[in-house]
Ligand binder design. Sequence first.
Ligand code: ADP
Ligand code: MG
Length: 333
Amino acid sequence: MKKLFLSGLIFLCCMFTTSCSQEPVDGTRFLFNTICTLTVYSEENPDESAEEIIEGAFDLCEEYENMFSRTIEGSDIDRINNSNGQPVEVSPDTADIIGEAVRYGEISGGAFDITTAPLSILWDFEGDAPSVPPAGEIEELLKTVDYTKIRVEGSTVTLEPPAKAIDLGAIAKGYITDRLVEYLTDNGVTSAIISLGGNIYAIGTSDGRPFRIGVQDPAGEGGAILGYVEISNKSVVTSGDYQRFFVQDGKVYHHILDPETGYPTDNGLASVTIISDRSTDGDALSTSCFVLGLEDGMELVNGIDGVEAIFVDHDGNMYFSDGFGTGMEFVQA
Ligand code: ADP
Ligand code: MG
């Protein structure tokens, strides 16, 4: 009763004032090994409060984590990784995301490869005391990296040897973000920001204007930004070498691996930010471009309609895809 009364009031307020804004409602959870925040600025579902919708969205995140996580026993990915080449029946979403990941393997010429999992496990970037693994072990596991050994038929996934394991870390947050956009808009949310560990999507507008999303300075401290882009109903995703890494003998070893060498990519790039309609594309492409490097990565992005990119190198230089200046703007901080 109270809820109905409140939303009635909000409706009236929207009718009579042009710049009506509800108090934003937000929620934060630690999921996918990172901090996830949902902020709802306006919603028009008379049956559910923004708090309830956010709660439902996080429940959905948990369902996805239980399907996609490599480290949760019994998840679809865990079962595939323990299948010894046998077909595994998975959820339609798991089959779908693996299909997308294989497609990005093809699009990126193998720079994006979810079968790098055994190498990520060996490097153990998230462990307590990671160190550079012996070259021989890297060499050995490189033989298992081959996304073409993944077969998806309906909701059956087969991981054929020598491929050994898959990890969706480079695409899952984007894929789940797209599902959250569907969930939130289906529940009447008209203005919101989804942030899954910096994997961002802006639904609608903020008081009638696009949302401003900052692009982090890879060399900066405390979340300093280089500038921002203005977006509405789009995703902004960044891959960088400053997010998860360790330092050994003065050298930085970060968590994005070159599937050709088995070592962290070392091509002078500090970050790649992708702006796209679907966050699945943004997530997969930011990792792909980070591995491909400036030249090949930029060529890839410029060949895809509706996708823009900002590359930042270790000298602080910024490089923009062709769409900047013709529709997309970057505003320097
Ligand atoms: P973030 O950790 O910020 O989501 P990415 O989206 O770039 O960053 O994903 C990096 C993760 O993807 C790594 O932690 C690892 O699990 C996996 N990964 C590492 N290298 C590759 C690669 N070349 N292709 C696909 N996945 C990768
Ligand atoms: Mg990614």
